[in-house]
Design a protein around this ligand. Structure first.
Ligand code: HAM
Length: 421
């Protein structure tokens, strides 16, 4: 144990990380691209709490899912309530939709959220215990037009963020009726083949046989050998129409009947966007319909569809494009008497919409010039005794290493704008 007064270095927890510049700038760019696209499609922002009652996730994400069984940060709060830090955004959005009667506002039922999620998974490249999702939920529209629109919007978002080389994988899990029949057929098959299943699957097939198809251990073999789901005519028609509409939107996609998704609420259309450039954690986005969730959580019957992209994974794909932000102008005080004026000039530049920075007006001219060069600024503005006396400013274009020029104060802002434009 360190004694009082010892300096102790404290590190981040495993699976948590600091997002440093320039990588953090990628997050800002991706989020800005998403906001632009959401506004084109009529989506409005919903800010949901980070902590909710644990029961919300148990009931919606599902008590046999990995997320709820093993990965939730859940604890008893000071008031004795069982709470959890959100592992995903969909349950909170659905709760907010019901609690605030959003279905009765006459609006279009389209919401987006951007925020950090928490899952105590085994950390590896692209898999963190705290990560950022950008999510979209469209509640109250059962038609395949909603499916095609939301998947198209997702693809446009990836394009706008500059992410290429991704593929859209699609499947349909059918409705409750299709799955009721399939559940029995699959359960029968799993019971007969139980000896070959992993221990967790053995324990849960009676409660959730479909979960075995998504199991990391048993899933791949079952995808080949287990009986396949047959869609009822209405679900088959919905799925075919969705694909037809995606073609009209020029969204390339492949159908993969092994795609089951690991959350309990999905029905009908499910999809993922994957990138081969990401290694084993290749899912950039996951989503699908959850037509029964709102009702099962106590709300009005409201079919819904949504998705969430992993911003950390998008940032990995864009890492070559990470850039340090540079100010346009760098202000330097060349003498003691010029410091206050230099500070005032910084304010004027910023008020005129020109990004400006400085190091420390109390340091030597040489040291301030070094900082200006390192900052990546386009121009250095130097104030000394002569400049103050003559109401001028020395202007040095940094990138071209041009000679210093003297500009009257009255023309300075125009001149700086000309240089940086
Ligand atoms: P999900 O597939 O669990 O779906 O997560 C969506 C995306 O979040 C993944 O494709 C991945 O990019 C990212 N992600 C998930 N876990 C991690 C992690 N540990 N580290 C880094 N990134 C991660 C959902 O969360 C659903 N709520 C999506 C949805 C919305 N479905 C309907 N509406």
């Amino acid at each position: 144990m360190p004694s009082a007064g010892d300096a102790v270095t404290i590190h981040t927890l495993r699976g948590f990380r600091d997002l440093l510049p320039p990588e953090s700038s990628l997050f800002t760019r991706i989020e800005a691209a998403a906001r632009d696209v959401f506004s084109l499609y009529g989506y409005q922002e919903l800010r949901i709490p980070t902590i909710e009652l644990k029961e919300l996730f148990v009931k919606s994400t599902g008590d046999t899912t990995d997320i709820v069984e093993k990965e939730m940060y859940a604890f008893t709060d000071g008031g004795g309530r069982e709470v959890a830090v959100r592992p995903e955004g969909t349950p909170g959005v659905v709760r907010a939709y019901i609690e605030n009667n959003l279905g009765q506002t006459g609006r279009n039922g389209k919401y987006f959220y951007i925020g950090n999620m928490f899952r105590a998974e085994r950390p590896q490249a692209g898999r963190y215990r705290e990560f950022t999702q950008i999510g979209a939920e469209h509640i109250g529209n059962a038609s395949p037009f909603a499916d095609a629109e939301t998947i198209t919007m997702l693809v446009r978002l990836l394009e706008k963020a500059g992410v290429g080389g991704c593929s859209v994988v699609l499947n349909s899990l059918g409705c409750a009726e299709c799955r009721k029949t399939y559940r029995e057929i699959l359960l029968e098959y799993l019971r007969l083949n139980i000896a070959g299943l992993c221990e967790p699957c053995k324990g849960r097939i009676e409660r959730n046989p479909l979960r075995a198809l998504d199991c990391k251990t048993d899933g791949p073999a079952l995808a080949e050998k287990a009986p396949k789901l047959f869609l009822c005519p209405a679900c088959a028609e919905h799925f075919a129409r969705t694909q037809e509409l995606l073609k009209i939107s020029k969204v390339e996609h492949q159908v993969n009947t092994s795609l089951v998704r690991g959350l309990d609420y999905y029905t009908s259309t499910v999809f993922e966007v994957r990138s081969s450039a990401l290694g084993s954690q290749d899912a950039v986005c996951g989503g699908g319909r959850y037509d029964d969730l709102v009702k099962s959580m106590g709300g009005p019957a409201s079919p819904a569809i949504g998705w969430a992209v992993g911003v950390d994974r998008l940032a990995m794909l864009l890492k070559d494009k990470a850039r340090m932000e540079s100010p346009s102008a760098f202000v330097i005080a060349a003498s003691d008497g010029a410091r206050t004026a230099a500070f005032g000039l910084l304010g004027e530049l910023r008020a005129a919409g020109i990004s400006a920075d400085f190091s420390n007006f109390e340091l030597s001219l040489k040291s301030q010039m070094r900082s200006a060069d390192r900052s990546g600024a386009a121009v250095a503005l130097i104030l000394g005794e002569d400049e103050i006396k003559n109401a001028t400013c020395a202007v040095k274009t940094l990138k071209e290493k041009a000679d210093q020029r003297t500009v009257p104060m009255t023309e300075l802002l125009t001149e700086v704008k000309r240089i940086i434009s």
